[in-house]
Write a new protein. Structure first.
Length: 618
C-alpha cells in the first residue's frame, strides 16, 4: 500500500470532521496491525523451514547446564525459567554460528509469556547480555522477537511494530531501537562495522566513555516514550526511574540514563538548525550536559540514532556539524567561556597568514591594506569560525567585487563532505538573497545553509553550502547527496546567478521552467503539517524564526522574498530535511540591527504562513 492508500483505509475508522493529527494516528495504528500480522507470519514460516531442516536432530550432543548443543543447534529438554532462557541466549550470543532448535524456540516463547509479570530478578543479567559489546547481532533480535524485551520492560511494548507514517523513518521503532543499540555496541567494540570506521574522529569520543553499559542501554531505550502522544523524549525520561534499577543500574547511572533519553534529540536539532557560532547556543548545551563524560555519551547516542533512522540521514555534512558542536561544547566545559574567544586574540596571526597566502611582490602594502579592510568589514565571529583556507577564498572574492560593479561568484566543491561551497559577493541590493536561493533551487541544487554577511562598505558576502541530490526541493539528506564538480554545470549556474543578480534573468521564470522539467509524476506522500513560529530565547542578537513545511522547489526563495519585502535582514539560514518535510531556520534582524520588534512579528508570521501554502506553479 502506498501512503495515499494507507490514509484512505485509515479514514474509514475516523468520525467526520476529525483533522490531520487524528488521521495520522489512525494510519499508524492501521499499519502497526498490518506489520504485526505480517511479521508473525514471516517468523512462523522461518521457524517451519528451520524445523524442516532440523527434522533429524544430531545424535552427538554436548550437554550444558540446562541445555544441549549438537551440530549447529542449541536445544533443551528441561523446564525453562527466566534464568535458563537468559543462559541459553548468552551461549547463543557467544557462538553466532549456532541457531535455536525450532521446538526450543517455541517453548521459550511460551515460557516467557508465562513469566510472573512482577518478577524482574533476571533484569540485570538480561541487560548485561544486551550491553555486551561482543554480543552477536542476533541476540537483541532474539530477545525482541521472543517477547523477553517486553516482558522485562513492559514500557517497550508500544514500540513493537510501531510504523511511522512518514518517509523519514525507514524502520519500525522497535527495530530502529535495536539497530541503534547494535551501532552503540559496535562503537565500543571497534572494528570495520563501527561508525568510527567512516568518521575516524569518533574514536576520540569513544576512548573517553567510562560507562559503556549505560551508553549502550541508552541507545536501546532512547525512543521508549514513542507512540504515547506528546513529547516522547520527556515521557521516556520519566520511565527511567523505574526501568534503570530494574535492569541493574545504580542511582547515578539511572540519572544519566534519564538525561540521555530526555536530551537525545538536542544535539541533532542544535547542529542542524542553530547558529554554532553563537556562544549562547554552546553555553546553553554545556549547562545541560555539565560534564565531558555525559557530553561524550550524548554525542555518540546522537550519531547512533541518526545513523539508524534511514539511508544516509547521517551523511558526511550532518556528521561534520555534529562533531563541530561536540568540539565547541567540550572546549567550553574544559576551559570556560574564554576558550570560545581565544581565536579572536590570534586575529593578527590570521591576517598575517592571509597576507602570506595571497602575497603579491608588486604591491605588498596595498595587499596588507586590503586584508586589513576585509577584517574590519567582516564580523569577528565569522573570522573565528572560518578556517584560514576558507577566509582566503572569501577574501579573494570580496576583493574582486570591490574592483568592479558586477557580482563575483565562486564554486568550491568538497567531495569529502559531499557538498559545495558557493561564495557570492556583490553590491548590496534588495532581494539579492532571494534571487540567489531561487537560482540555486532552479538549478536542482539543495541549499543546506546560507550565511549572509552584510559589510559596512556596502557589499554583501553570501556563503552557501549546497549539494546535488535526487530530492525535489531545496534541502536533502539523501544517499544521492554529492558535491557539484562538473565544470560545465558550474559555469551554467554561475551564468544564471550573474543574470539574475544583474536583472537580465527572472528567477520566477527559472523556477517555473524547473518545475515543468520534472518528468515523473509526484508520488503519493504522507501529509505534512505546516508551521511558522518564533523560537524563544534562541539568540540575544537576532529573532529566530522556524518554518516547517512540505519540501518543494523554490520554497526558500519564496520565504527569502517575503522576509525582504517586510524589511527584514537575514543573517543566517539553516535548512534541515526530515523526509518530505523541511525545517528552515532563519536568524533575522531589523535593518538597524537587533531582534525584531514584537509588533512587527504577527503580520510577518502571517505573511510567511500564506507564502508557504502557495507553491510556485506554471
Amino acid at each position: 500500500m502506498n501512503f495515499a492508500d494507507q490514509e484512505s483505509m485509515a479514514r474509514m475508522n475516523l468520525a467526520a470532521g476529525e483533522g490531520m493529527a487524528a488521521l495520522h494516528d489512525a494510519t499508524e495504528a492501521l499499519m502497526r496491525h498490518h506489520y504485526r500480522v505480517a511479521k508473525d507470519n514471516t517468523r512462523l514460516a522461518e521457524r517451519l523451514l528451520r524445523l524442516w531442516g532440523a527434522s533429524r536432530l544430531p545424535e552427538r550432543r554436548e550437554k550444558k547446564e540446562g541445555f544441549w548443543v549438537g551440530g549447529d543447534l542449541i536445544g533443551s529438554d528441561a523446564a525453562l525459567t527466566a534464568d535458563s532462557i537468559v543462559a541459553i541466549l548468552e551461549h547463543a550470543s557467544k557462538h553466532p554460528d549456532l541457531y535455536l532448535e525450532p521446538s526450543l524456540e517455541s517453548r521459550m516463547e511460551e515460557a516467557i509469556c508465562d513469566l510472573d509479570p512482577a518478577d524482574f530478578t533476571y533484569g540485570p543479567s538480561l541487560c548485561a547480555l544486551l550491553t555486551d559489546p561482543s554480543a552477536s547481532p542476533l541476540t537483541s533480535s532474539r530477545v525482541l522477537d521472543l517477547g523477553l524485551m517486553v516482558k522485562a520492560m513492559p514500557e517497550f511494548e508500544p514500540l513493537v511494530c510501531h510504523v511511522h507514517h512518514d518517509v523519514y523513518h525507514v524502520y519500525t521503532t522497535d527495530v530502529h531501537s535495536v539497530k541503534c543499540m547494535e551501532a552503540g555496541r559496535a562503537l565500543i567494540l571497534g572494528g570495520p562495522t563501527s561508525l568510527a570506521a567512516r568518521w575516524p574522529y569518533l574514536a576520540e569520543v569513544v576512548e573517553g566513555i567510562e560507562d559503556p553499559d549505560t551508553f549502550i542501554f541508552s541507545c536501546l531505550v532512547h525512543d521508549i516514550g514513542k507512540n504515547r502522544g506528546g513529547d516522547h523524549s520527556r515521557k521516556g525520561a520519566a520511565m527511567m526511574a523505574s526501568i534503570g534499577p530494574r535492569m541493574g543500574f545504580d542511582a547515578h547511572q539511572t540519572e544519566r540514563l534519564t538525561f540521555l533519553v530526555r536530551e537525545h534529540l538536542s544535539m541533532a536539532r542544535i547542529a542542524r538548525r542553530r547558529d554554532l557560532g553563537d556562544l549562547r547556543v554552546i553555553r546553553d548545551l554545556a549547562s545541560k550536559v555539565r560534564t565531558t563524560g555525559t557530553l561524550r555519551m550524548l554525542t555518540l547516542l546522537t550519531f547512533c540514532d541518526m545513523a539508524t533512522v534511514g539511508d544516509d540521514v547521517l551523511n558526511d555534512w550532518n556528521a561534520s556539524l555534529l562533531f563541530s558542536l561536540y568540539r565547541r561544547v567540550k572546549a567550553l566545559l574544559a576551559h570556560g567561556a574564554e576558550s570560545m574567544w581565544q581565536e579572536a586574540e590570534g586575529r593578527g596571526t590570521t591576517q598575517g597568514e592571509l597576507i602570506a597566502a595571497c602575497h603579491d611582490d608588486r604591491n605588498v602594502g596595498a595587499l596588507g591594506s586590503a586584508v586589513d579592510g576585509f577584517f574590519r568589514d567582516i564580523p569577528v565571529g565569522h573570522i573565528m569560525d572560518t578556517p584560514v583556507d576558507g577566509l582566503i577564498r572569501q577574501f579573494e572574492v570580496y576583493r574582486r567585487v570591490g574592483r568592479q560593479d558586477a557580482p563575483v561568484i565562486e564554486f568550491v566543491p568538497d567531495e569529502q563532505l559531499g557538498t559545495t561551497e558557493v561564495i557570492v559577493a556583490a553590491r548590496d541590493v534588495p532581494g539579492a538573497l532571494a534571487a540567489i536561493t531561487g537560482t540555486l533551487s532552479a538549478a536542482g541544487l539543495n541549499i543546506l545553509s546560507a550565511q549572509i554577511l552584510s559589510t559596512g562598505s556596502g557589499r554583501t558576502l553570501d556563503i552557501f553550502r549546497v549539494a546535488r541530490s535526487g530530492g525535489a526541493g531545496h534541502a536533502a539528506s539523501t544517499a544521492s547527496q554529492a558535491a557539484l564538480v562538473d565544470p560545465r554545470r558550474i559555469a551554467q549556474v554561475t551564468g544564471r546567478l550573474e543574470g539574475v543578480l544583474t536583472g537580465k534573468l527572472a528567477v520566477e521564470d527559472l523556477l517555473v521552467q524547473r518545475i515543468n522539467e520534472q518528468k515523473l509524476p509526484e508520488r503519493a506522500l504522507p501529509s505534512v503539517e505546516t508551521m511558522v513560529s518564533v523560537v524563544p530565547d534562541a539568540s540575544e542578537q537576532f529573532t529566530v524564526i522556524e518554518i516547517r513545511a512540505p519540501d518543494r522547489i523554490g520554497l526558500l526563495y519564496q520565504i527569502s522574498s517575503t522576509l525582504g519585502r517586510h524589511g527584514v535582514n537575514i543573517h543566517l539560514s539553516k535548512v534541515d530535511s526530515v523526509g518530505t518535510q523541511v525545517i528552515d531556520t532563519f536568524y533575522v534582524e531589523k535593518p538597524t540591527g537587533g531582534p525584531l520588534d514584537p509588533e512587527a512579528l504577527p503580520p510577518l508570521l502571517q505573511a510567511l504562513e500564506d507564502v508557504v501554502r502557495s507553491p510556485i506553479g506554471p
